[in-house]
Design a protein around this ligand. Sequence first.
Ligand code: FAD
Length: 323
Amino acid sequence: MARKVLVLADVRDNSFRNVSFEAIAAGKKVANGGEVVSVVLGENVSGLTSELFYYGADRVITVENSSLKEYTPDAYSQALLQVIDAETPDAVFMGHTAVGKDLAPRIAMKKQSGLISDAIELEAVGEEVIFTRPIYSGKAFEKKVVTDGMILATIRPNNIPPLDKDESRTGEVKALDVEIKDLRTIIKEVVRKSTGGVDLSEAKIIVSGGRGVKSEEGFKKLYELADVLGAAVGASRGACDADYCDYALQIGQTGKVVTPDLYIALGISGAIQHVAGMSNSKCIVAVNKDPEASIFSIADYGIVGDLFEVLPLLIEEFKKEVV
Ligand code: FAD
């Protein structure tokens, strides 16, 4: 069965977050010979669209409006709903990002559709689309089968690989005018917090510190390793609560959910609430001086030792590899 799939692109600092391309790949899986239409909401975004074609979009719709410069639930939901009404898609996908998590339920409510949130895999089998999503903080996975109505889903970053980039692809770009009114929120200023240059939720490598790092000064060493590896720095809530780093770095049940290729946990005990945010990392390396620390039960490689002795050695060795 051929479907029309609308995919919301996630724009940040004038470029697309990777999850935009991953969601296009997800869209391709269910389009089944139909079309994948990327939607870009924002201000001055029309110059960005070619990358969406490179990664598989068949068509692009841009909606430019000064109210869409930064995300607000009101403006984005009004704009996306008008695109949905104009296109009447069979499915709408977006990233399971801060924007997607906030926006998708609003769209579901307005369109009276269901919502598959945080999908990590999906397949189309005849009339059915089967989604896989984690439950119980990642301890188990469930399959959800959608058979009719508009399919609405958020796609977890770093799980569905994007299609190979093909710079010869191009397509039609259409600018759509929408009416945005009665806004209850106006963004006056955006102050961004830094997580070391690399976006934590999309990072391929994360160097993460816990209470065992012991101080803000100790975290500086983590940044040194992260610099060598081109990694982002993350943290446990223990480290955030102790004021060693900002809460923007927190990974876990009440922090960010990450799925990097490599997760290096330093001085983190492995509490269930932390593991909920990182257990799907492809390779986990744990450094802890307590051989009984529960982080070792999920680690692929474990180093029992003092992180302040291990960290300089890792920095030194990785420097040799990178140079
Ligand atoms: P600790 O448990 O204190 O562990 C520190 C570790 O460092 C120990 O294993 C110790 O052996 C090791 N260590 C100490 N010194 C060294 C050294 N020199 N070298 C090597 N190792 C050393 N936590 C999160 O992380 N994310 C969440 O999203 C989150 N959400 C929560 C939600 C709720 C509702 C609740 C109740 C809790 C939540 N927590 C969360 C907190 C969680 O339960 C733990 O308290 C927290 O993860 C512990 O952080 P930690 O591992 O850094 O600290």
